[in-house]
Write a protein that binds this ligand. Structure first.
Ligand SMILES: Cc1cc2nc3c(=O)[nH]c(=O)nc-3n(C[C@H](O)[C@H](O)[C@H](O)COP(=O)(O)O)c2cc1C
Length: 175
């Protein structure tokens, strides 16, 4: 897909079909994540985990409901893959910005593959992933802490090309 079309088609999807993603689809998103700009070029300070296992996804959703007390909402939206970016120095602004750059690259790649995706921070910050038994299931290496996430999967229907605008975020141009 043409780059401008990808950018204008990128959108948040919060409802997914059950089909799982193929290895090739996941690898394309991982490749996109690998090519993100990273603070100080310290690629070794980041780790990307992709959870496709339905039982583990269900365990995370169920723990999120327990931790937040919000039993009506699935923070993973029934997506078939959950991407978690972890960093060695989670409190550093550069780590959060780098993780966000990784997620955005993957979000755009998901769009290019006509998949739905959603940047998720709520479940990263609300303590779900620190709850008893969850981290072990995710295989996040020792010394890394989750800082940003994304879910992806097949949307219901199609992603729509959205209007091109300069008005969504206030801006000024200094000549
Ligand atoms: C840093 C960040 C964190 C976000 N966290 C969540 C989240 O936890 N749950 C969620 O449903 N959407 C989350 N979103 C998605 C935003 O709500 C969404 O991008 C925004 O409403 C704009 O809609 P659009 O992506 O369709 O353009 C997050 C987006 C960003 C950039």
């Amino acid at each position: 897909m043409d780059f401008m079309k990808v950018m204008h088609t990128r959108q948040t999807t919060r409802s997914f079909q059950k089909f799982g993603l193929s290895q090739g689809q996941v690898e394309l998103m991982l490749q996109a994540g690998q090519n993100a700009p990273i603070s100080r070029g310290r690629f070794e300070d980041y780790h990307i985990t992709v959870i496709k296992n339905p039982e583990i996804l269900a365990a995370i959703t169920s723990m999120a409901k327990e931790v937040t007390g919000n039993t009506d909402r699935d923070p993973l939206y029934g997506a078939s893959a959950f991407f978690v970016v972890s960093a060695k120095e989670p409190a550093k602004p550069g780590s959060i910005a780098s993780a966000a750059a990784i997620v955005e690259n993957m979000h755009l790649q998901a769009t290019a593959e006509l998949l739905g995706s959603c940047f998720v921070m709520g479940i990263i910050m609300d303590g779900t992933l620190d709850a008893e038994g969850i981290r072990g299931k995710m295989g996040i290496p020792e010394g890394f802490t989750p800082v940003a996430g994304m879910v992806a999967g097949y949307p219901h229907g199609y992603l729509h090309d959205r209007p091109r605008t300069l008005d969504k975020i206030a801006n000024n141009i200094v000549e």
